[in-house]
Design a protein around this ligand. Sequence first.
Ligand SMILES: Cc1cc2nc3c(=O)[nH]c(=O)nc-3n(C[C@H](O)[C@H](O)[C@H](O)COP(=O)(O)O)c2cc1C
Length: 196
Amino acid sequence: METDLAAALDTAWHLLTRGAADRRSPMHTPVVASVTADGAPDARVMVLRAADRATARLRFHTDARSPKCAALDGRPVSVLGYHPGEAVQVRLAGTARIVTDGAEVDAIWSNSTPFARRCYMVEAAPGTPRATAGSGLPTDVEGRKPELFELVPARANFALVMIELTAIDWLHLAQGGHRRAVFSASDGWRGQWRVP
Ligand SMILES: Cc1cc2nc3c(=O)[nH]c(=O)nc-3n(C[C@H](O)[C@H](O)[C@H](O)COP(=O)(O)O)c2cc1C
């Protein structure tokens, strides 16, 4: 049972960094919530690609044409994960930034597998209505690994979603008594216990 704020923050970051590295971790697929320009709440599951405690940043990948990019870029977001094995929920607040250009994006793109990059070959923006069910990929690339030259135009559709965290709400469920602490960048991540 945690009695130490620093240890609680350690567990939150441990779960996030492991979640980014381990595709079997429940923290690998948190929910990223946003608010549309007209104020409507929205949320979706996304794959957590990186979590860096030193910069308090999370990284996700998405299609630059998807509607969520406008809702996320430069705006406040919430990221929500729950690890049932550890009985820990993390509710993260921060500001998102969409990054489409630069050496970092190029390097991440080049290091992704051809199958991962194939997602960005969809011909119309995600969310575009279709007359029939379908993946949106060019039919000749469906069901096979794309060649590297075929992936070149898809690079323009690839975007990083970088989230700079401003607060972490950590909740641990336990029979002996739940524990909750809130940490924020504004107080140097010192944290404060809360009634769960
Ligand atoms: C397990 C899982 C992982 C997903 N990972 C991503 C992801 O990393 N990036 C992404 O853009 N969408 C991902 N999606 C799809 C989104 O949840 C969402 O359906 C899609 O991006 C369209 O969202 P939008 O309309 O808000 O743009 C994932 C969905 C699931 C079920």
